[in-house]
Ligand binder design. Structure first.
Ligand code: ADP
Ligand code: MG
Length: 412
């Protein structure tokens, strides 16, 4: 990449974007100043740019740690598409020797690796012999046992990072409650004042949370009053099929998506949804990652999501175009019972985190106050008391009997 002097011209010249979004500028400035940073930014906020841009401006290679090979290859293509010199070093890459050579020659802006490789002696020796501009640790919540996606390999990164104490480090995540954040800072050796949190509010999404009586009928009603494409999240594969059958009666085109389908069927259904202007897709949470469809008008949950983070991420697929969109969650007391049962089966060390996540969800579901306020506070933002665009703000409940049901299952 040609040397570029300042971040804004680099942004124009490399990415062709007119301006930074939100906290990107602040994060990039810290990275260029060599300051260790944790960037907490919602999905779609543009985290990748926070290290891609510096990678083009700094001498040496930005080493990016990323947890999934599939994501890494998406990122690789995106980086190469804007002309960055990028490579992945994973078990499925056949050109590993070439990539090592390019790194040593200073011919790479970005080198993507999985955490298990990053912690090997081989990789450490490679880094010793080349020039590292920056460590970027994507999905950094994976380092925390409090996080919803703990990956033990992330714990092995610290010795590698500490071997290069002068190389700046940038940790990135969309999903961090207060506890997880503190843990990420601690685990990765980032100072507390090095954390930057972006705005999580999605004002065009109307949040509604309703006890379940007959979910297919309730969701059919939702569909009837909500034109445009939508996603219905169902907890089991069989459940998605059943839901699709019921919803076919609404007259809207309906498709199914879950990991049990043939890859070709999955791909076809996803492609049909992305192109459609009125399709409803009944899916497990396997659906959505990396899908770029701006005009999703509703996201319905036919049961409790895994965590507030998951709820935020899944509902966040609605209304990316900024037009009004609806997030409607239907829940039952048995969801909490099942979740508690599941928690009892996980490793004891992880149980407190899981319980805290369930309690946080319980608070969201049972509140008679503003849903958005609970979401935003969860992500560390100070919300106004009322948002004017959730069920409780629009129709303040007189008395919430569901409260007691959820409470019972949370405290039993
Ligand atoms: P995240 O990792 O935070 O979910 P990505 O890095 O994948 O987000 O970016 C999401 C999308 O936003 C990408 O298509 C990216 O090109 C785009 N994007 C990032 N920064 C900007 C910007 N400053 N202006 C316009 N689009 C941007
Ligand atoms: Mg990302």
């Amino acid at each position: 990449m040609a040397a570029v002097s300042d971040p804004v011209s680099a942004l124009h010249r490399i990415f062709g974007f007119p301006a930074f979004r939100g906290v990107q500028e602040q994060v990039v400035a810290r990275v260029l100043a060599g300051q260790r940073t944790l960037a907490v930014m919602p999905t779609g906020a543009g985290k990748s740019l926070c290290y891609q841009l510096p990678s083009a401006m700094l001498e040496g290679t930005c080493v990016v740690v990323s947890p999934l090979i599939a994501l890494m290859h998406d990122q690789l293509r995106a980086a190469q598409a804007v002309g960055l010199r990028a490579a992945t070093l994973t078990s499925v890459d056949e050109n590993r020797a070439e990539t090592r050579g390019r790194f040593l020659d200073g011919d790479l802006d970005l080198l993507y690796v999985a955490p298990e490789r990053a912690s090997t002696g081989d990789f450490r020796d490679l880094l010793d012999r080349g020039r590292i501009a920056l460590f970027a640790i994507d999905e950094a919540h994976c380092v925390s046992e409090w996080g919803h996606d703990f990956r033990p390999d992330y714990r092995l990164l610290r010795p590698l990072l500490d071997r290069f104490p002068d190389v700046p480090r940038l940790a990135l995540t969309a999903t961090a409650d207060e506890h997880t954040r503190a843990d990420v800072l601690e685990q990765l050796g980032i100072p507390h004042d090095g954390m930057i949190v972006a705005g999580f509010d999605r004002p065009n999404i109307r949040y509604t949370i309703t006890p379940r009586d007959n979910t297919p009928r309730q969701i059919a009603d939702l569909i009837a009053r909500t034109p445009g494409p939508g996603i219905v999240y169902v907890q089991s594969r069989a459940g998605t099929e059943k839901m699709a059958e019921s919803l076919a009666r609404t007259g809207r085109p309906v498709r199914v998506y879950h990991a049990g389908l043939d890859a070709s069927v999955r791909a076809a259904n996803q492609a049909a949804f992305v192109e459609s202007e009125d399709m409803v897709i009944c899916a497990t949470i396997a659906f959505g990652m990396g899908i770029d469809k701006p005009d999703v008008r509703f996201v319905a949950h036919a049961g409790l999501p895994k965590s507030i983070e998951a709820y935020y991420q899944e509902t966040g697929r609605a209304g990316r175009d900024g037009d009004p969109a609806v997030a409607h969650l239907f829940w039952g007391a048995e969801d909490f019972a099942r979740a508690r049962q599941r928690i009892a089966e996980v490793e004891p060390a992880r149980q407190p985190g899981e319980r805290a996540r369930l309690t946080a969800l319980g608070a969201l579901v049972e509140t008679a106050g503003c849903r958005r306020a609970i979401l935003l506070r969860h992500f560390g933002e100070q919300p106004p008391e009322t948002c004017g665009n959730c069920d409780n703000c629009l129709n303040p409940p007189a008395a919430v009997d569901a409260t007691q049901v959820a409470q019972k299952y949370l405290s039993a």
